[in-house]
Design a protein around this ligand. Structure first.
Ligand SMILES: *[C@@H]1O[C@H](CO)[C@@H](O)[C@H](O)[C@H]1NC(C)=O
Ligand SMILES: *[C@@H]1O[C@H](CO)[C@@H](O)[C@H](O)[C@H]1NC(C)=O
Ligand SMILES: *[C@@H]1O[C@H](CO)[C@@H](O)[C@H](O)[C@H]1NC(C)=O
Ligand SMILES: *[C@@H]1O[C@H](CO)[C@@H](O)[C@H](O)[C@H]1NC(C)=O
Ligand SMILES: *[C@@H]1O[C@H](CO)[C@@H](O)[C@H](O)[C@H]1NC(C)=O
Ligand SMILES: *[C@@H]1O[C@H](CO)[C@@H](O)[C@H](O)[C@H]1NC(C)=O
Ligand SMILES: *[C@@H]1O[C@H](CO)[C@@H](O)[C@H](O)[C@H]1NC(C)=O
Ligand SMILES: *[C@@H]1O[C@H](CO)[C@@H](O)[C@H](O)[C@H]1NC(C)=O
Length: 491
């Protein structure tokens, strides 16, 4: 009861001799190094007191920015020459000049944003190198001489870089690819009062992201320098990678040679002995610190050897007429074979009106024919070493023409039917003889057995005879439902 009375009395006393809350107002944005005025107004104050109005940062009262002595409640104008440190929450503090008994009061908070126009942009390559390899990190920073409250844009070859790569004043690419190569430029801008805009461009910085070299492919051809000296001309080739690329060649045991090129391939010459297993060869490719190896291939050159065989398959159209034929040519051995096709002894080039030469695999060549009047004639193929055309081996000759091919089924039917009739006839004769002889020899058991054997071997030889007839007729192909291919071997 007594305490509350005391509070009321005290409150009344303070009230009469106290200050109201000052009100701080003024611009909310200011350009650095310009003069602005903040205003502080105090409406309630004790009579006959000189009031001091002072401007501070809210959190730091040790440093006063401006002050004003107000008599008779005059509104204070607080001049500021704007500096960076003025930015922030400002307050106006009112106090009675010569009366420490009166408690000072603090105004509302007024935020002042200080703008410094952007100036002097340049790019700093934080990640270090302007020439880097794919997968490396790229970090660029847009460095300004002056400016705050800045927004940044980046241009690569004049085109805007995705916002997702930007962090404040930096552009960051964790894993670069060659697509990130080009001329970079940063554009920094800020504005004041939403009326004045400031923009600066940096000078350009050219970044080059090199592709890492890909696994090299290896192949070799054979070179005959003279009768005793053969070489493997080995080629190492990568499909990607920014030159210069260093290619190295290894054999089974050691390094052979190395060359740096401005291309993505290199060739090496390695001495060779025909027909000998010389281990394997392998290419290595390197650019920068990146090293890759290709696959290993055996270094063995087997010269072509006979026999050279030819076989064919065919396709039939309506009425079972043969419309196209594929002839295959194959040498018994040879790792670097070259195939040539001949019709009536004339060399056939890659493609003609009725044929197409297809040499996909080194061990097998194909000649595709459409069967017609112009395709008639005698075919053969020749195989030689690709590095030595004096080694040609010829296949046997095969005569093909439309009429012959299509007459075939009739011919086969005739042979098969003829053989069958002959067979029945023979069997009947055998059995007849058997009946006669069995009566004759019924008393003699061992001889009866012998007759049985005789009869069987006779029948078998008939079958063999027919099979051989078909097999030995080399020039005339025959139709077989199980295997349409036919072998034609050179002697
Ligand atoms: C203020 O000063 C005037 C004259 O100087 C005086 O007449 C008046 O009583 C004073 N007022 C107060 C509240 O002291
Ligand atoms: C306030 O005090 C100062 C000295 O502390 C003096 O010079 C000044 O005249 C005083 N002003 C008033 C209004 O009493
Ligand atoms: C880049 O790497 C940093 C850390 O090394 C990681 O914080 C950031 O998320 C990565 N950025 C992207 C786009 O992957
Ligand atoms: C700020 O912009 C307003 C118009 O939006 C203009 O009237 C005023 O003068 C500008 N202030 C300054 C300091 O430029
Ligand atoms: C910045 O560069 C762009 C084009 O590169 C140009 O349009 C613009 O005017 C330049 N701005 C400045 C401030 O140099
Ligand atoms: C590998 O190459 C070296 C030098 O050319 C040669 O002396 C060595 O015999 C080769 N090794 C094999 C397995 O071919
Ligand atoms: C090839 O020779 C045969 C006769 O053996 C002849 O009918 C055919 O027209 C000849 N073909 C060519 C293309 O010379
Ligand atoms: C073999 O090749 C050599 C050189 O490539 C050529 O001059 C020659 O005519 C060829 N001989 C034959 C039979 O093709």
């Amino acid at each position: 009861m007594f305490a509350s009375l005391f509070v009321i009395v005290l409150g009344k006393f303070i009230n009469t001799a106290s200050l109201g809350l000052p009100r701080l107002f003024g611009p909310s944005e200011a350009l650095v190094k310009t003069a602005v005025e903040m205003n502080c107004e105090l409406l309630t104050f004790p009579e006959n007191e000189t009031i001091l109005l002072q401007l501070f940062r809210e959190v730091d009262r040790s440093r006063m920015f401006a002050e004003y002595t107000s008599l008779k409640g005059k509104e204070a104008t607080l001049p500021l020459y704007v500096r960076h440190f003025h930015e922030g929450n400002l307050v106006c503090v009112a106090s009675a000049q010569n009366n420490s008994l009166i408690e000072p009061t603090v105004s509302n908070i007024h935020y002042l944003k200080v703008i410094e126009p952007v100036e002097g942009a340049e790019i700093e390559v934080c990640s270090g190198l302007v020439n880097l390899f794919e997968g490396n990190r790229l970090e660029l920073r847009c460095k300004l001489k002056a400016g705050n409250h800045v927004s940044y844009k980046w241009l690569l070859n004049g085109r805007l870089v995705s916002q997702s790569l930007l962090h404040d004043d930096r552009l960051l690419i964790n894993r670069t690819t060659s697509q990130d190569s080009g001329s970079y430029r940063c554009v920094a801008s800020n504005s004041f009062n939403q009326t004045d805009f400031f923009t600066v461009n940096s000078t350009e910085v050219v970044i080059t992201v090199k592709d890492l070299v890909s696994e090299p492919d290896i192949s070799f051809s054979v070179l005959k320098e003279d009768i005793h000296n053969y070489f493997a001309v080995v080629s190492c080739r990568s499909t990607r990678g920014t030159p210069p690329v260093t290619f190295s060649l290894y054999n089974s045991t050691e390094f052979i040679a190395s060359v740096m090129t401005e291309e993505r391939f290199a060739t090496f010459k390695v001495p060779l002995v025909l027909g000998q297993d010389l281990g394997f060869l392998q290419c290595q490719a390197r650019n920068g610190d990146w090293v890759v190896y290709g696959e290993k291939i055996p270094l063995e050159v087997v010269p072509v050897g006979g026999p050279v065989t030819m076989r064919y398959t065919y396709d039939s159209g309506e009425n079972y007429a043969v419309i196209s034929i594929t002839i295959y040519c194959e040498a018994a051995k040879g790792t670097h074979a070259r195939y040539q096709w001949f019709l009536n002894g004339t060399l056939l080039h890659d493609r003609g009106s009725f044929y197409y030469v297809h040499h996909q695999h080194p061990e097998l060549a194909m000649l595709m024919l459409s069967v017609g009047d112009s395709s008639a004639g005698t075919y053969h193929c020749e195989v030689s070493d690709s590095f030595d055309n004096t080694t040609a081996i010829s296949s046997r000759r095969l005569y093909l023409d439309k009429h012959r091919l299509n007459r075939l089924p009739v011919w086969v039917v005739a042979v098969v039917f003829g053989s069958f009739t002959f067979l029945i006839l023979l069997v009947s004769v055998c059995c007849g003889i058997g009946v006669v002889f069995s009566e004759f020899l019924s008393s003699c058991l061992p001889l009866f057995r012998q007759k049985d054997i005789m009869e069987r071997s006779l029948c078998e030889s008939i079958f063999l005879f027919n099979a051989d007839t078909l097999k030995n007729d080399d020039d005339v192909p025959h139709e077989a439902t199980t295997s349409p291919c036919r072998e034609n071997r050179a002697a």
